[in-house]
Design a protein around this ligand. Structure first.
Ligand code: BES
Ligand code: ZN
Ligand code: ZN
Length: 477
């Protein structure tokens, strides 16, 4: 994360301030502004400008007006968007440190802060001229009027985790092989306080994880199966919650090479589900939530090498089911299926998987929401949908009706890995369902894990979607 967030107990007149204010409540102004500044501010508020920049010899003041917009969900999102929008003005004046102060009767400061920090994110690792590209803003001091120390620190951890997820997605495959991703995960585990066990190719073969082995056949690089575990002493859950993340570090489609122009360009992001899961573990461990969580990440690239698996092949999965592979580009479900079967040994309370699984999920909802489906209780679904509105990573449920499963019937094996031309996100979900025997939810994040252009504080490339969602859900679990 390239913005330092610190808690501040006092601010001085020489500090650059951002003050959040209502449009018609200026009781706070007398102690901070001059009379003429206050008059200027009131006139600006009448004209409904969104913010006012008051230049001073030392310590400029930005007054940001925030309006309530119908629902909490939308008002909070508007505060995040405003946080991102103020960044361009901050950098225009080359401001390095600002102090965020709340004077609004409804406190949206932490959402505003979230928009600022996430919008200020940059991935500059591969530029030679980093110095010229880097944003000026380095630190946000958060005044006590904006939130309690514990709330600020908790949010800071979640933002660090979201940025780590973005970093992982933004790393190109030339760096992030399956082996390298395991090293990255191990280092996150070490610094944040969760354990990481990694199965190598030999172990994966010994366990007969047929889905992972098949997808890896065309690759020069070995696969990995990562097991992350966070087990606090005072866990509220008796049986663990298991998270599963698709860790395809690059998806060419394999021998069924991706047919659509340019669609391979951003397939380094096909480990977006893994990034969500790593980020969630990081946020949970840093904040020491009292929940026992295991995360499983099957990982490989998918390539048309000389030994690659081919359309028409029949493979035997880790659970013993046979699968006729009719399209090697439907590889995500094969590696996830092995992980979902592995999850059974934990007798989990709930399993949640995240995957950039289908183009049809992206076509259905674009970047605005994730498709989800599964057999978990309505109570669980309602809670996660609410978290989705609160953090503005919204969810739309799709049905797993049995008729969709008919599309996966194979002539020669237990099932095939390809459904019909429509409702691809559901047939993919039906495929996964076959490998589950516990309360389960599946999130298809193909539309929102990676953006070609920025969407406000969701900067372009990896978004880290799902981390804020899962943290909110687990915090309230
Ligand atoms: N990784 C892709 C899905 C994807 C598409 C992610 C667009 C992000 C953006 C996945 O492995 C895939 O290729 N799915 C195929 C499945 C099809 C062959 C059944 C798809 O959706 O086209
Ligand atoms: Zn694919
Ligand atoms: Zn894929």
């Amino acid at each position: 994360m390239n913005t330092k967030v610190t808690v501040s107990n006092t601010y001085k007149s020489k500090d650059d301030l951002i003050i959040l204010s209502d449009f018609d409540d200026f009781g706070w102004a007398a102690s901070i502004l001059t009379d003429s500044e206050t008059t200027f501010l009131k006139n600006a508020a009448k004209r409904e400008v969104s913010f006012v920049f008051l230049a001073r010899e030392t310590g400029s003041i930005v007054v940001q007006f925030l309006k309530e917009n119908g629902t909490d969900s939308i008002s909070r999102e508007d505060a995040r968007i405003a946080g991102n929008e103020i960044l361009s003005h901050i950098s225009q004046y080359k401001i390095k440190t600002v102090t965020l102060v709340n004077k609004h009767p409804i406190n949206r400061s932490l959402d505003f802060l979230e928009g600022m920090v996430l919008g200020n994110y940059q991935f500059l690792k591969y530029f030679s001229d980093k110095g010229e590209k880097i944003n000026s803003l380095k630190e946000i001091k958060v005044d006590k009027s904006a939130g309690s120390r514990s709330a600020i620190i908790q949010l800071k951890h979640v933002l660090e985790a979201t940025c780590k997820a973005r970093d992982l997605i933004n790393e190109p495959h030339s760096f992030l092989s399956a082996e390298q991703m395991s090293k990255e995960i191990q280092s996150v585990g070490k610094t944040c306080g969760f354990s990481v066990k990694v199965f190598d190719k030999k172990k994966i073969e010994a366990l007969k994880m047929g889905g992972i082995i098949a997808v890896n056949l065309g690759s020069e690089n070995p696969p990995r199966f990562n097991i992350l575990e966070y087990r606090p002493k005072k866990a509220k859950n008796k049986k663990p919650i298991v998270l599963v993340g698709k860790g395809i570090v690059y998806d060419t489609g394999g021998l069924s090479l991706k047919p659509t122009t340019n669609s391979m360009d951003f397939m380094k992001s096909d480990m977006g589900g893994a990034a969500t899961v790593v980020g969630t573990m990081m946020a949970v461990a840093l904040n020491k939530l009292p929940v026992h969580i295991v995360a499983l990440i099957p990982s490989t690239d998918n390539r048309p090498g000389k030994n690659a698996y081919a359309p028409g092949d029949v493979i035997t999965m880790y659970d013993g089911s046979t699968v006729e592979v009719l399209n090697t580009d439907a590889e995500g479900r094969l590696v996830l299926a092995d992980a979902l079967h592995y999850a059974k040994k934990y007798k989990p309370e709930l399993v949640i998987d995240f995957a950039t699984l289908t183009g049809s999920a992206a076509r259905a909802l674009d970047r605005e929401a994730m498709c989800f489906m599964g057999n978990a209780d309505k109570g669980i679904k309602d809670k996660i949908v609410k978290s989705g509105h609160d953090v503005y990573e919204r969810l739309v449920e799709f049905p797993l009706w049995r008729e969709y499963g008919d599309q996966l019937k194979s002539n020669i094996a237990d099932l095939k890995n390809l459904g019909g031309p429509n409702a691809g996100m559901i047939t993919a979900g039906k495929f996964l369902e076959h490998f589950t025997d516990y309360p389960w939810l599946h999130f298809d994040i193909a539309g929102s894990a990676y953006l070609k252009t920025a969407d406000s504080y969701r900067t372009k490339e990896g978004t880290g979607v799902g981390v804020r969602l899962m943290f909110d859900f687990l915090k309230n679990y």
